[in-house]
Design a protein around this ligand. Sequence first.
Ligand SMILES: [Zn+2]
Ligand SMILES: [Zn+2]
Length: 343
Amino acid sequence: MKALVKYAPGNGNLDILDVPEPPCGPDQVKIEVAFCGVCGTDLHVMHDTFPNYPPVILGHEVAGTVVEVGEDVADARPGERVAVLGATAVTCGHCEYCRSGFFIFCRKRRGIGHGVNGAFTRYLVARPDQLYRVPECFSLAEAAITEPFAAVVQAIAELTPVSIGETALVSGPGPIGLLALKLLVAEGIKTIVAGAPGDGERLEAAKRFGAAAVINVGERNLAEAVRDETGGRGADVAFECAGHPASVRGCLEALRPMGRYTQVAICGRDVEFPIDTVIFKQLRLQGSITYTANTWDRVMKIYAQGRIRFEDLISVKLPITDWRRGFDLCMDKKALKVLMYPV
Ligand SMILES: [Zn+2]
Ligand SMILES: [Zn+2]
């Protein structure tokens, strides 16, 4: 089968190769990939700025159909439509983080797409506990967005208290910021979305997805614009989804006293910001990295209720052989979400 493989360590070293189809072990399930999303992490694996273990097939935002079930697996059937929690592919299973559900901090952890083979190919094998059944009303293309959406659900619904009547600021209208917007809108939260001058199309999308206001920080000062939108109070809660130093500082400035700040994006460098703002405004700072299995259960319940859909977030579907174009689209900030499918 054809697969997008990081075949050697270092910058680049990525190509479509013919690899053997993975056998389905007795305790495993084999999934035929329908779609797999392109994500910033894939670019980091390509450039070797994210840990990776070549040779390895890239791709971790995957949904597909069960095609084979190992003889020891009782709770999966061929034909089931599933999203795959690839981040738990390898964990130790007994450290304090594995036992408490926060597997992401397990030192032995390796996820699909960088640590073990991922989903920019036709078939992948997984344990049955990694599978989440996708409700009938959801397409497999939408279900391929489960992994980034779960990260947003943890950041907002599980780690940052926010309630109706409050105003949220989402800074950075990339796929994660737009997913955050969709969730906040579904929760009934007034949401302001901020972006940089190059984000024009994404800010337009934010308007379509229900943003109460969009702010181009090339034209308006973020904190001033947020005060204009909140009767001078400032935002109650801010989600930093841009990973940019100016956005970090802008969010802190735009928050009201006793506001809550959650870092969702990776900045990839040290950021200078006025720590005294945190004490003088008595802010609460929170980080959020990925999700737990419980978050994925919650995501499936959200899907089943039908109030959040992703079709309007998917701008391009490409065969994996067009991966260069997919990666370029992901980099140039114009496309919303790029999905790839096997050939
Ligand atoms: Zn991702
Ligand atoms: Zn562990």
